[in-house]
Write a protein that binds this ligand. Structure first.
Ligand SMILES: [Zn+2]
Ligand SMILES: [Zn+2]
Ligand SMILES: [Zn+2]
Length: 340
């Protein structure tokens, strides 16, 4: 890609959030695209068609009984990346505005060699491999001092923004801390400054002792519906061990997380057939570039995974006010999820 083709990041001077402007721009006709790779014949993410994808970043290898080599999970660059790894940040002011080049990383994590089978349906071992892949990519990208944040996220179902029907998740590494993450970091820091305790540790202790919003509890994790959820059946998975960065997860925790994540996703899919959902991991920003920037980060932030079922469309009220309406309370939602 030529340097002139880099997308542009612009900062909203009022709210401080960054947005990406794509280059070349899309025409109105290009906004309606069919779901790609809807069957195995046309899907290049399936095993056996590796030569048709961009070059592999990493893979969890699979050696079958006969000695044939394949993969369990595979990571490739995004076909239409918003962020590019080559180039300079080129931060500049444009009058009162700020912009920079969209330096970063955009990767596709192929969660399963099979087209129709999600990792949670392939058993805990496959979910473990997916989580190991997440951890390896996060740890690798943290070494790049230009990058400030890595978000791992999943879009499942067209209503949740999925473009491919093969089971995949995504990774985006950005040169700025996204606004939504910064709000959490600031909120956690403020709580810590006041109480000298991690807010997330306090939340899971509170939820455990009350029990009425708990979906399930294991040795290392708690899954629950947050007290002030934004969406009905919103579910969080939080590690019991205080730790700000997901990539510092231990081997026992990975096994446990695989089990909890698989179980919660299966429960949601049992309640809602064909459910569209997103999930994402909120972890600490890269600690390498500015070790002293977030002074209490290691103590005040606590990584977690948020699952957002897409059961409602966002109305003008939510967009205009940032005020969310919950038709099912988190207490009722967690009861349905516990019992299914
Ligand atoms: Zn496929
Ligand atoms: Zn904590
Ligand atoms: Zn979060």
């Amino acid at each position: 890609m030529r340097k002139t083709d880099l997308h542009e990041l612009r900062k909203d001077p009022l709210l401080g959030r960054w947005i990406a402007v794509l280059n070349p721009p899309k025409s109105p006709a290009e906004y309606v695209l069919p779901l790609q790779g809807t069957n195995e014949d046309t899907c290049i993410l399936c095993s056996g068609r590796e030569s048709e994808t961009p070059s592999e970043i990493m893979a969890v290898p699979r050696v079958s009984a006969g000695g044939a080599r394949g993969w369990w999970t595979r990571v490739i660059p995004n076909f239409v990346p918003i962020f590019h790894i080559e180039g300079e940040l080129g931060r500049i002011g444009e009058g009162m505005y700020d912009r920079m080049n969209s330096i970063g990383a955009n990767e596709i994590i192929i969660e399963s060699p099979e087209h129709v089978t999600s990792p949670e349906d392939l058993g805990t071992d496959q979910m473990i491999r997916v989580i190991l892949t997440y951890r390896e990519r996060m740890a690798d990208l943290e070494k790049d001092s230009r990058l400030r944040y890595t978000l791992i996220y999943k879009n499942s179902g067209r209503n949740a923004g999925a473009v491919y029907s093969h089971p995949i998740s995504h990774l985006a590494s950005t040169p700025v801390i996204p606004k939504r993450v910064k709000e959490e970091l600031d909120g956690a820091k403020e709580y810590f400054a006041y109480k000298e305790r991690c807010i997330f540790c306090d939340i899971f202790r509170e939820e455990l002792s009350l029990g009425k919003r708990v979906i399930l509890e294991t040795k290392n994790f708690l899954a629950f519906c947050p007290y002030a959820s934004k969406f009905p059946f919103e579910s969080w998975i939080i590690p019991k061990r205080h730790n700000c960065a997901f990539q510092d997860i231990g081997a026992g925790e990975i096994e446990d997380l695989a089990l909890v994540l698989s179980t919660v996703l299966k429960k949601l899919r049992t309640l809602f057939k064909g459910l569209a959902f997103n999930y994402f991991i909120h972890s600490a920003p890269n600690r390498i570039p500015r070790k002293n920037h977030w002074h209490t980060l290691g103590e005040d932030f606590h990584w977690h995974l948020e699952i957002m079922p897409r059961l409602l469309t966002t109305s003008g009220f939510e967009w205009g006010s940032g005020f969310y309406v919950l038709p099912t309370s988190p207490e009722d939602a967690s009861k349905y999820l516990r019992e299914v």
